[in-house]
Design a protein around this ligand. Structure first.
Ligand code: ATP
Length: 323
């Protein structure tokens, strides 16, 4: 039976990471297991930046965005020497298992730590991008989608009042999960995804068709990686073909901050606790997720492969509902 486990957050912060840390701490306490918080992600594992965490230490954190353990990107952890130092520190601190919360890079680092040094690791998906396999949704995705949808609702008021076209850039360098969800929820006329690189002529035609059907304004949701130069460049390419006043809003980091939605808090609570139970069960080298409402485990090397695909039915649905 493990007596002490570590928990860290790594890569980009995501709302709900604190709820996951809290679940790891309190889930462990319920089994009589101690928790060591590792600050600054893998960088803190290499420098030995450890802090004991008891149930009271995570009080009043479930509703807070960001991560109380702080996050970082660590170049040293890419090197075998850096990972060896991290493993040595973990052994010296009596850390017998690790929960790493983050995105695909975090998963890859965790997998190497397990492969090379046999430190049992379970990863939980903490990223707003929803681009990890082995889970229907990642911690932070729902919050990001809700924040961006609310912003679009506000922008639409201006777009409708002044009969304008708005290009709204949301996060998503490599995948369009946020853009697709936000586009459907916000009733966008056009959704530009990295998976379906938009042609300016096509975007202009879609907007002109919408105008011909009586629409006075249009919202174009653009994932940041959908077009070289993002929403600004796409607007500049489309504008001459349209002749209607067009505006650009880049939502940026407001999508990543703020209080997590109830859905993200519940997801993080389930995944944090399940990660602890998996370690105590002798599982390792796995990512925990929720698939079809059930807790699900996937080998880290598969979960980190960035092979999750957007649902083509949702792309069609968005087009149909923009009529
Ligand atoms: P996000 O999706 O929000 O960007 P992420 O977890 O993918 O989060 P990264 O910066 O890619 O963020 O990875 C976090 C850290 O994980 C890196 O700074 C590095 O320390 C470690 N890491 C990433 N990839 C590897 C790898 N191939 N080998 C070893 N460590 C890695």
């Amino acid at each position: 039976m493990m007596r002490r486990i570590g928990v860290l957050t790594s890569g980009g912060d995501a709302p709900g990471m604190n709820a996951a840390i809290r679940a790891v701490v309190r889930g462990s306490t319920a089994y009589g297991v101690e928790v060591i918080g590792i600050r600054h992600g893998y960088a803190g594992l290499i420098s030995g930046d450890f802090v004991p965490l008891g149930p009271r230490d995570v009080a009043n954190t479930i509703q807070r965005g960001g991560t109380v353990l702080l996050s970082a990107r660590s170049l040293d952890f890419y090197t075998p020497a850096g990972r060896a130092q991290a493993a040595a520190n973990a052994h010296a601190a009596g850390i017998e298992g690790l929960v790493a919360i983050g995105g695909d890079g975090t998963y890859q680092g965790a997998w190497r730590l397990w492969e090379e040094h046999q430190i049992p690791v379970i990863c939980a998906p903490g990223t707003i991008d929803n681009d990890l396999c082995g889970t229907d949704e990642t911690i932070g995705f729902d919050t990001a989608v809700n924040v961006a949808t609310e912003a679009i609702d506000r922008i639409r008021d201006t777009a409708a009042s002044h009969e304008r076209v708005f290009f709204i850039e949301v996060m998503g360098r490599h995948t369009g999960f946020i853009a697709l969800a936000v586009g459907i929820a916000g009733g966008a006329e056009v959704i530009a995804l990295p998976e379906r690189v938009p042609q300016p002529e096509q975007v202009a035609r879609t907007i002109r068709d919408a105008q011909a059907r009586g629409k006075l304004s249009a919202i174009v949701v653009v994932a940041e990686g959908a077009f070289p130069g993002g929403a600004q460049a796409l607007m500049q390419a489309v504008h001459p073909l349209l002749g209607v006043k067009s505006w650009v809003t880049i939502l940026g980091h407001i999508q990543r901050g703020g209080s997590p939605t109830a859905k993200d808090r519940v997801l993080a609570s389930r995944l944090g606790t399940a990660a602890v139970e998996a370690l105590l069960d002798g599982k390792a080298g796995l990512a925990v997720g929720v698939v079809n409402h059930q807790i699900h485990f996937t080998p880290l090397e598969i979960a980190a492969c960035s092979c999750k695909l957007i649902d083509p039915h949702l792309v069609t649905l968005a087009q149909v509902l923009a009529l």
